[in-house]
Design a protein around this ligand. Structure first.
Ligand code: FAD
Ligand code: EPU
Length: 339
């Protein structure tokens, strides 16, 4: 039986720690409960917000509508020759799934260690870190279609993954709830160690031929050293995407700022490090009211305690303006703003 609660604080359900309330709140433990929920017209017609770990959202105000927290659990795995297929419920914690796979020597997720949030949200922005993206290991996902009450399987091609993007964030935004994700892993590791920080940390540890576990540990170590822990200081990871610009615009910027941090992004495009751009504008480690940027990573906006979503949002607009004024580059928010 579904338990719909009223007037629920979301403070512990978003990693920014913003103290906003949900008018209605329901936890979904099994995919059939979604069918039950949406058979009732009251809930079907109401505004709703799907919530996983709340680690990529900024709540601007109290949520007038139904918050649907996905808590569908379960991990199944099947081995066929050297291939491993792992299917996990959307409510599984992403890093628990990574640990499950690393412990069994299923290769592919090690660089994605310690990313907060749920399995169900991982396809939404095609999570990525240290040279690997979800799309590199994604096989399919199963999602509930709100309009019809049917479940649909999305292949990798259907998801139209790009850097921090998918069909679920664009054309199909708000139309589906992901209930499970299936990954294609391998028993044969294909390590991606080209990130300078990974190479360096392996060297520091005198590791020449790392195991999956060692790579996972190194990635986790690097992350902890750079990123604030949401359990002590509210944040949602990178607040903005790294901007991708054309070659001509890049040449103009590089002529003025030869040290601009950049990476090739294919098709002649160039990706800039938003953290570098923000730092150059003097924002790194700045405290502004209850918010600010993280001292070790200017791309991460933080809640120093008691910040409202509006306060963080206004601060993020100031950053966008100053980066635009200095570099002519318009930053896009990665974090989903709600309200
Ligand atoms: P939520 O914040 O709950 O939701 C995010 C969006 O997805 C919302 O729009 C929500 O409505 C929607 N959604 C959630 N679940 C579902 C579902 N089952 N079906 C449909 N829609 C759904 N991200 C990276 O890519 N790489 C990183 O390295 C990284 N590092 C981070 C570090 C820190 C310290 C933090 C706090 C965040 C970081 N992030 C990173 C961002 C975040 O971890 C990911 O975006 C993660 O996938 C969000 O998962 P979640 O369950 O918390 O999503
Ligand atoms: N940099 C600065 N100043 C800063 C921050 C960064 O100059 O304050 C420079 C660094 O020196 C480095 C470059 O910017 O040369 C890139 O920094 P970093 O390696 O920390 O990575 P990032 O581009 O800031 C991205 C992702 C992270 C992901 C890491 C590792 C985006 C928006 N962010 O960060 O993802 O974990 O790479 O792969 O793509 C997230 O999406 O929430 C997230 C944390």
């Amino acid at each position: 039986m579904l338990q719909i609660q009223e007037n629920v604080s979301l403070k512990n359900f978003n990693t920014f720690g913003v103290d906003a309330k949900a008018q209605y709140f329901v936890e979904i433990n099994h995919k059939d409960e979604l069918v039950e929920l949406f058979m009732d017209l009251q809930w079907k017609q109401m505004e709703h917000l799907v919530l996983g770990g709340g680690s990529n959202m900024l709540l601007l105000k109290d949520y007038e509508g139904l918050v649907i927290r996905i808590n569908i659990r379960g991990i199944e795995h099947r081995i066929s020759h050297d291939d491993v297929y792992v299917e996990a419920g959307a409510g599984e914690v992403w890093n628990d799934l990574v640990n499950f796979c690393v412990a069994r020597e299923y290769a592919g997720l090690e660089n994605l260690s310690l990313i907060p949030g749920s399995v169900g949200a991982s396809p939404i922005q095609n999570i990525g870190a240290y040279g690997v993206e979800l799309k590199d290991v994604f096989y399919s996902c199963c999602a509930f279609e709100l309009a019809t009450g049917n479940f649909k399987t999305f292949t990798k091609a259907d998801c139209r993954f790009e850097y921090r993007e998918s069909v679920f964030k664009s054309e199909l935004k708000g139309q589906y709830i992901i209930v499970s994700v299936k990954l294609h892993l391998s028993l044969i590791p294909n390590f991606n160690l080209k990130y300078g920080a990974i190479e360096q940390e392996l060297k520091n540890r005198n590791v020449i031929n790392p195991t999956l576990k060692e790579v996972s540990q190194v990635v986790s170590h690097i992350r902890v050293s750079k990123l604030p822990d949401p359990s002590t200081i509210g944040n949602a990871g990178s607040f903005f995407k790294n901007p991708i610009i054309g070659a001509d615009q890049f040449s103009g910027i590089q002529a003025k700022f030869p040290e601009v941090v950049n990476y090739p992004a294919g098709d002649g495009l160039v990706k800039l490090a938003a953290g570098w751009l923000i730092e150059q504008c003097g924002w790194k480690g700045k405290v502004v009211g209850n918010t600010g940027t993280w001292k070790n990573q200017a791309l991460v906006l933080v809640n120093h305690g008691g910040a409202t979503g509006e306060e963080v949002y206004t601060f993020s607009s100031q950053i966008i303006d100053s980066v635009y004024t200095k570099f002519g580059v318009m930053l896009q928010r990665e974090v989903n703003t709600i309200g």
